[in-house]
Design a protein around this ligand. Structure first.
Ligand SMILES: *[C@@H]1O[C@H](CO)[C@@H](O)[C@H](O)[C@H]1NC(C)=O
Ligand SMILES: *[C@@H]1O[C@H](CO)[C@@H](O)[C@H](O)[C@H]1NC(C)=O
Ligand SMILES: *[C@@H]1O[C@H](CO)[C@@H](O)[C@H](O)[C@H]1NC(C)=O
Length: 227
C-alpha cells in the first residue's frame, strides 16, 4: 500500500468523524478484572488487539501497527470510553499511557492480581496503568447487552480509518441475498458485533467491533449494532 492511499482514506473520513460519538454505547460501570501478563501487540495472543489496523478511532489517532492508543492524558475512564466506541467488552492499560481493546480474553494468560500499580496513569496518578510486562485488565459493562440489535445510520456511529491492507482485521464479508440473512450471520458469530448489508452488491459486512470503516459507511446506509 502506498502512503498516499492511506492519506486519502484518512482525509475522506475526516469530516465525518466529528459526528462519531452519537452512537457510542453507554458504559454503565467499569469492572476491574485483574492484573495480567501483558501480551498485547503479540498476534499469537490476539485478544486485546482489537485496535490493530485501526488508524483513527473517532477523534483519536491510533498506532495501528501495535493496536495501541497512547495519550499523555490517559485514565481508566478515557480508555473505557475509547474502547466503548467499538463496543469492546474488555480494555487494558499498560505502560502508564497506553490503551488496548478487545472483545474476548480467552487467550490471555493467567492473571494473578499483583504488579499493576507500578505504573500510574499519565492522566490520573491515583490510578494504575500497568507494570513490568503487566497490564491492568478492565471490563466495560454496557447498559444493554441482551442479544438484540439496533439499526443506526452508518454516519452516526464511530467511524474508523483503516489502512487498506489491514481491513480484514476489522471486518469480513459474505454474500447475502436479503438484509435478514446478513443479520442472522452476524447473530451466529460471536466475533460479529455489528453488520451492514450492501444492497447493490448483495454483500454482508460483518464487523469485529461496532465502529464502521469509512468504506463500509460509504456503501451501506444502515448498520445493525448488537446490544
Ligand atoms: C508471543 O507469544 C508467543 C506464544 O506464547 C511467544 O512464543 C513469543 O515469544 C511472544 N512474542 C513476543 C514478542 O512477546
Ligand atoms: C482519579 O482517580 C481516582 C481513583 O479512580 C478518582 O477517585 C478521582 O476522581 C480521579 N480524579 C479525577 C480528576 O478524575
Ligand atoms: C433489549 O434491549 C433493548 C434496548 O433497551 C430493548 O428495546 C429490547 O426490548 C430488549 N430486548 C429484550 C428481548 O429484552
Amino acid at each position: 500500500m502506498s502512503p498516499s492511499a492511506f492519506i486519502s482514506l484518512t482525509s475522506a473520513v475526516g469530516l465525518l468523524t466529528a459526528a462519531s460519538v452519537f452512537g457510542q454505547p453507554i458504559v454503565q460501570f467499569i469492572n476491574h478484572v485483574d492484573c495480567c501478563l501483558d501480551t498485547s501487540g503479540n498476534s499469537s495472543h490476539g485478544d486485546l488487539n482489537g485496535l490493530t489496523g485501526v488508524a483513527i478511532l473517532g477523534a483519536y489517532d491510533v498506532d495501528f501497527v501495535r493496536g495501541v492508543l497512547d495519550r499523555d492524558d490517559m485514565t481508566v475512564e478515557f480508555c473505557s470510553g475509547a474502547c466503548a466506541m467499538g463496543r469492546f467488552r474488555y480494555f487494558g492499560l499498560r505502560d502508564g499511557s497506553e490503551c488496548v481493546c478487545g472483545s474476548t480474553v480467552q487467550r490471555i494468560p493467567p492473571c494473578n492480581g499483583g504488579g499493576c500499580d507500578v505504573k500510574k496513569c499519565a492522566g490520573n496518578n491515583s490510578q494504575s496503568c500497568g507494570g513490568t510486562k503487566k497490564i491492568s485488565l478492565h471490563e466495560n459493562i454496557y447498559t444493554t447487552a441482551n442479544g438484540s440489535y439496533k439499526s443506526m445510520a452508518s454516519t452516526k456511529i464511530a467511524l474508523i480509518t483503516v489502512p487498506e491492507m489491514l481491513v480484514r482485521r476489522v471486518y469480513w464479508s459474505q454474500e447475502a441475498t436479503v438484509a435478514f440473512e446478513c443479520l442472522a450471520a452476524c447473530h451466529r458469530s460471536p466475533d460479529c458485533l455489528a453488520c451492514a448489508f450492501v444492497q447493490s452488491s448483495r454483500m454482508c459486512r460483518l464487523m469485529r467491533f461496532a465502529a464502521v470503516p469509512s468504506e463500509v459507511a460509504s456503501e451501506a446506509q444502515w448498520v445493525w449494532v448488537k446490544l
